[in-house]
Design a protein around this ligand. Structure first.
Ligand code: ATP
Ligand code: MG
Length: 400
């Protein structure tokens, strides 16, 4: 006997009607997508639950993949048997014998199939007695057991589970449309992307790259960050925008204190054009109120003026410590702290205005023709698709 299924529980309480159906189908598709590298593994729906049929694969390996899919409340390894009380007894005994560090246990039977002749309460006793007679040293503890063996007797079969692993919660990626994530090489924006994905948003990323001031390795760092995000969703398309010419022009012609804000406005203008091209309805940034000069209320107001597209700022109310915690959990922190420069750290003005006025900015911008430089940057954008599937050799590995 062995664990041959993974039982997936999803929190559907808040979802009704059409949304609920969409949620369930998307979750099933996302799971299937994550598991393509295990041929023969199947994802099945039954009432209120999903089952992954392991088809002989190592349970832990498949579990690891499922754990990173948004929309799952909890997961358990499960054994599937037919609705035959002898088979159920045998499976319960196996589950107890295959657990470690257990002295006390409890059986919880849920009889969903009312055709099954033994009632839940009675079946609890039948199974408990069977385990006590056929093992040594265990006792039953209904309040605080070391192991709870759950038995779900369904119409099609009976499933036994013991330990429960927490899922990530949230909504399945793809149920809330698409957003363009402004992805720098920093700590914040990948976390922002992760949190948007948690609400069901599918991400495309855009990165502003300023060679030769920012190196190939700085670009690779961003691609590595985007690759990490694919773990929690599907493929991620990365738009790499050649930003050097525009950025140099800004810093040459605009007053020092305003250059940073104007640069941000250009980023939003370019991002908006990419959104239009890709039919994306929102942008996501890693901005967090008060963190740096460009993130005061006044700068955000001035930056935001150039676009009507909704901007999702998942980190707006988070403390840096909490942001760092998430980045460690999702494994982006070590990539983010690699020392390569990004375009914003290179052209930092000596004294950026923390309260840039809109009128002045508009006046300065109108003195130069930025439209053609913006268009040129959009046209020159390189698109890289990260599939999240096992990959080729790191092309820079020989340089280390
Ligand atoms: P992060 O840690 O994400 O780099 P930050 O704390 O450095 O953020 P800023 O430099 O003010 O803050 O950037 C604010 C946001 O602007 C970033 O979170 C990101 O969404 C976007 N951004 C900044 N630089 C770039 C870039 N080169 N390419 C794409 N987006 C960028
Ligand atoms: Mg940054």
């Amino acid at each position: 006997m062995e664990y041959d299924h993974i039982l997936i529980r999803y929190g559907e309480m808040a979802l009704k009607g059409k949304n609920r159906k969409k949620f369930i189908i998307q979750l099933q598709n996302n799971l299937k997508n994550k598991l393509v590298e295990f041929p023969g593994v199947k994802v099945k729906r039954t009432q209120g639950r999903m089952f992954v049929l392991l088809n002989g694969y190592e349970p832990e390996q498949v579990m690891q993949k499922c754990k990173n899919v948004f929309g799952i409340q909890s997961l358990s390894l499960a054994i599937k048997v037919s609705n035959d009380s002898n088979e159920i007894k045998e499976a319960a005994l196996w589950a107890l014998n295959n657990s470690s560090q257990v002295q006390t246990f409890k059986i919880s039977v849920k009889r969903i199939d009312k055709e099954f002749p033994i009632r839940s309460q009675e079946m609890n006793q039948v199974l408990g007695r069977h385990l006590l007679t056929n093992t040594d040293g265990y006792t039953v503890d209904v309040h605080h057991p070391d192991l709870e063996i759950k038995v779900e007797i369904r119409t099609e079969a009976t499933y036994l589970t013991s330990s429960v692993v927490n899922g990530l919660g949230g909504l399945p990626v793809g149920t809330s449309g698409k957003s363009l994530l402004l992805l720098s090489g920093g700590i914040d924006s990948p976390v922002a992307g992760f949190l948007a994905m948690k609400r069901g948003v599918q991400i495309e990323a855009i990165h502003f790259h300023s060679p030769p001031f920012t190196s190939e390795r700085a670009k690779q760092k961003v691609l590595d960050l985007a690759e990490k995000l694919t773990v929690y969703g599907n493929a991620v398309k990365v738009h790499v925008v050649p930003f050097t010419k525009l950025q140099q022009h800004i810093f040459r012609t605009m007053p020092d204190g305003y250059a940073m804000t104007i640069m941000r406005r250009m980023m939003f203008r370019i991002s908006e054009k990419i959104c239009e091209q890709e039919s994306i309805l929102s942008m996501t940034t890693g901005e967090s109120l008060g963190q740096v000069a460009s993130q005061t209320m006044e700068s955000m107001n001035a930056i935001n003026e150039v676009t009507n597209i909704p901007i999702i700022r998942p980190l707006i109310a988070m403390d840096k410590d909490d942001i760092i915690k998430v980045s460690r959990n999702i494994d982006t922190y070590d990539i983010s702290i690699r020392p390569y420069e990004d375009c914003c750290t290179i052209f930092v003005p000596k004294s950026p205005k923390t309260r840039p006025g809109r009128e002045k900015i508009n006046q300065f911008e109108s003195q130069e023709d930025f439209t053609s430089l913006v268009d040129e940057a959009v046209t020159g954008t390189e698109v890289i698709k990260l599939t999240g599937k096992p990959e080729k050799e790191d092309e820079f590995s020989d340089l280390f």
